[in-house]
Design a protein around this ligand. Structure first.
Ligand code: NAD
Ligand code: WQD
Length: 337
């Protein structure tokens, strides 16, 4: 298939691009590079051996996006482009409504104008908010707890509505749990702006010496060791899931909402320990107060993805730590990995 990846130069998009090319699909990236490095296309080329077409555009530019969809006669869209920082969304709600919600509406209008009716969408486990229990099934209640989460839920609803009334032929809302890791080549990975919000990038920056220690946000949660529990998923497993979901919905013209996680919870201290074991690095920690808005524990029930399109995570916590470290170490110019 020929597929446009909005936000395809970003973290998850670039890994998905690599996997799609490997599976024989043709990939076109549409990105405005607001949160992506300019040399990602070149790195993808050295990884895949293929020239990937790049369209520099904003998803809200209906004219440019429609023209791109028509010119390349694409079969489907994978929609990664969005802003994703919870704190920033609470500080600037209109920015998030604009880029995430209006951007998605504009994209869907462009798709309709170009006659493209198949989409895979980057949703998030954040739509579950504080879950009643884990593992979380897709039919668990959705509870929005911040503006970023609200935009994800609205975008999911827009896509589900269009599918329900037949304006989309096929759609997948993919609810990612906590993506970490990098391509094993260390040619692509995650590059957070400024101080990382997320745990794994912070840990890798402590390991390179860029930050002195990790603040562990809360040690009084009702979990095994009192620290927050999450379902970390390797970005390569996530990338493969996109390809399989896409092939499934396009092959059957169906619409699905699916969790993408491993089904296993890992606490902050368990992740730190696994990282230390895999890398031989010491991660000093300091126990800090709970972070506002954090949930004690959640992990996926990922069985639906396996039932529908045969996907199951294959990489474990050690793989996630190893590949995250390899990527960050390379960027920091450390050659012992
Ligand atoms: P990312 O920021 O690395 O990638 C997003 C890409 O979209 C970037 O390349 C950015 O330049 C581009 N972009 C942003 N606004 C744009 C616009 N208006 N027009 C065109 N391009 C634009 O983020 P990511 O981690 O790869 O996340 C991809 C998607 O997955 C996002 O929708 C995010 O909300 C969702 N998601 C991410 C996580 C996570 O923890 N990383 C978890 C769940 C869901
Ligand atoms: C994981 C655990 C922290 C940093 C966020 C978004 C969510 C999704 C993924 C997009 C928690 C603890 C963290 C640190 C710590 N994004 N932690 N010290 O909060 O589960 O999810 O990213 O959709 O919407 O909310 O991920 O990596 O920030 O935190 O102790 O310096 O690590 O308290 O228990 P989170 P995270």
């Amino acid at each position: 298939m020929r597929i446009i990846l909005t936000g395809g130069a970003g973290y998850i998009g670039s890994h998905t691009a690599a996997v799609l090319v490997e599976r024989g699909h043709e990939v076109i990236i549409l990105d405005n590079f607001v949160n992506a490095e300019r040399d990602v296309p070149a790195r993808l080329k050295s990884l895949t051996g293929r020239e990937i077409t790049i369209i520099e555009a904003d998803i809200r530019s209906t004219e440019a996006v429609t023209a791109a969809l028509q010119a390349h006669r694409v079969d489907a869209v994978i929609h990664f482009a969005a802003l994703k920082a919870v704190g920033e969304s609470e500080a600037d709600p209109l920015l998030y409504y604009d880029i995430n919600i209006i951007g998605t509406i504009r994209l869907l209008q462009s798709m309709q104008a170009a006659g493209i009716g198949r989409i895979v969408f980057s949703s998030s486990a954040t739509v579950y908010g504080q879950p009643d229990s884990s593992p979380i099934l897709e039919n668990a209640p959705t509870r929005v707890e911040n503006i970023y989460g609200r935009t994800k839920l609205v975008m999911e609803d827009l896509i589900r509505d269009l599918a329900r009334v037949g304006k989309l032929k096929a759609a997948a809302n993919l609810r990612y749990f906590n993506p970490v890791g990098a391509h094993p080549s260390a040619l692509i990975g995650e590059t957070p702006r400024g101080v990382p919000n997320n745990l794994m990038p912070y840990v890798t920056q402590v390991a390179t010496g860029e930050r002195p220690y990790l603040n562990v946000f809360g040690k009084d949660y009702p979990t095994r060791d009192g620290t927050g529990e999450r379902d970390y998923i390797h970005v390569m497993d996530l990338a493969v899931a996109h390809a399989m979901a896409l092939e499934h919905i396009c092959g059957n013209d169906v619409s699905v909402t699916v969790n993408l996680g491993t089904g296993h919870g890992t606490t902050v201290l368990e992740l730190v320990k696994a990282f230390e074991t895999v890398t031989g690095k010491t991660i000093p920690v300091s126990i800090a107060p709970r972070r506002a808005g954090d949930v004690a524990s959640y992990y996926a029930d990922p069985a639906l993805a396996q039932r529908l399109f045969g996907w199951k995570a294959t990489l474990n916590l050690e793989d996630m730590c190893r590949d995250s470290w390899r990527w960050q170490a390379k960027r920091a110019g450390i050659n012992d990995v």
